[in-house]
Ligand binder design. Structure first.
Ligand SMILES: Cc1c2[nH]c(c1CCC(=O)O)Cc1[nH]c(c(CCC(=O)O)c1C)Cc1[nH]c(c(CCC(=O)O)c1C)Cc1[nH]c(c(C)c1CCC(=O)O)C2
Length: 341
């Protein structure tokens, strides 16, 4: 196996960690903005394989990252389940809401998602033909809780309040929704692997708002179900789990879910994670993305600190969350120079 990212996922400790960035294809890149303009609409960009493949490749050409993440969005699964999805410029996503049994009954069965999502599989096939031989193609989906928070509220929310309310007040509908998303996610990621994704990542961006038994039931268990179903269908397919802001619950997350790699946000210290999380398997992270806006000596010293902290075990260098539109593309080059020497 020559791809460094796959070697790290398999548990190998490498001299220089493989590197990629969450949201590496995005608005901080002038070439992305150009294609985005041409597509007109963000969803059109996601569902047009040639354009989605092009923006996936842009950061690989510019920086030579070890991993290419498929260009798509976690909200394509609700879209494929029949929740109308649109994006409001400068504000974010909007969807029809799921607030009770009637809304839930209107959703499509999990097996039907392929109809809407087939252009995504085509993007993956194009990419496998065009990526450099040493670049790993990463597919992804949102984890059920995070996807549910958008489906229930119909938009992003600061505290995931509507999803907590449905969970606490109508547990039956909430659990059926979680199960539907879980099943759809297995279908979707499995089809991504069939199309050529070499690893997949589950984004649980709002896992941190689940406390105690809720974290176990709605962050750990769905991840475990998805990972075990995927491994049954695709033996050896590596899975990265990202229970963002899990804090102390990052400990044990590999074992509890079967994930090959656990991605860490910037709120946990690399030194702590190296001691208690990394012994269980590969870790990914966790540079503060704001350093790519501000740059300077702190960007260099933090890059070095994180690399050094994780140097004793398998590590994929990444940010703790997505790169932001106001980041300076030259700061990414400086981060890479520090990492790769
Ligand atoms: C919660 C979430 C979403 N999408 C995603 C998450 C999980 C990760 C995280 O926590 O950031 C994941 C995602 N979204 C996108 C990718 C593509 C691959 C990559 O990382 O480069 C990935 C992996 C493209 C995107 N997804 C979106 C953009 C910006 C759209 C544009 O170009 O106008 C991109 C490049 C839009 C999006 N998509 C979403 C929101 C809330 C928004 C609006 C906010 C924003 O604009 O950043 C949902």
């Amino acid at each position: 196996m020559t791809k460094t990212l796959l070697r790290a996922l398999a548990g190998e400790t490498l001299e220089t960690p493989p590197v990629w960035m969450m949201r590496q294809a995005g608005r901080y890149l002038p070439e992305y903005k150009q294609v985005r303009e041409k597509a007109g609409d963000f969803l059109t960009l996601c569902y047009t394989p040639e354009l989605a493949a092009e923006v996936t490749l842009q950061p690989i050409r510019r920086y030579g990252f070890d991993g290419a993440i498929l260009f798509a969005d976690i909200l394509l699964v609700p879209d494929a389940l029949g929740a109308d999805l649109w994006f409001v410029k400068g504000e974010g996503p909007r969807l029809s809401t799921v607030q009770g049994e009637k809304d839930f009954e209107a959703l499509k069965p999990a097996a039907d998602v392929h109809e809407r999502l087939s252009p995504v599989y085509e993007t993956i096939r194009i990419l496998r033909g065009e990526l450099p031989a040493d670049t790993t193609l990463i597919g992804f989906a949102g984890a059920p809780w995070t996807v549910a928070t958008y489906m229930i509220a119909g938009r992003g929310t600061p505290d995931q309040g509507p999803a907590h309310t449905l969970k606490n007040c109508d547990r039956q509908v909430f659990d059926r929704l979680m199960q539907r998303i879980t099943d759809a996610t297995i279908e979707y990621l499995s089809a991504q692997a069939d199309a050529g994704a070499e690893a997949v990542k589950l984004f649980d961006s709002w896992a941190g708002s689940l406390e105690g038994p809720d974290f176990e039931q709605y962050a750990v268990q769905p991840a475990r179900r998805i990972i075990s179903a995927l491994k049954e269908r695709h033996p050896g397919l590596p899975v990265i789990a990202f229970p963002r802001e899990a804090r102390a619950a990052y400990e044990g997350f590999h074992a509890a879910t079967g994930a090959d790699c656990v991605a860490l946000d910037q709120s946990v210290s690399a030194e702590w994670a190296a001691e208690v999380v990394q012994p269980a398997g590969c870790v990914q992270g966790n540079l503060d993305p704001s350093l790519l806006v501000t740059g300077g000596p702190p960007l260099i010293s933090e890059t070095k600190r994180i690399r050094d902290a994780f140097s004793g075990g398998p590590h994929i260098f990444n940010l703790g969350h997505g790169i932001t539109p106001d980041a300076d593309p030259d700061n990414v080059t400086k981060m890479l120079e520090e990492l790769r020497g």
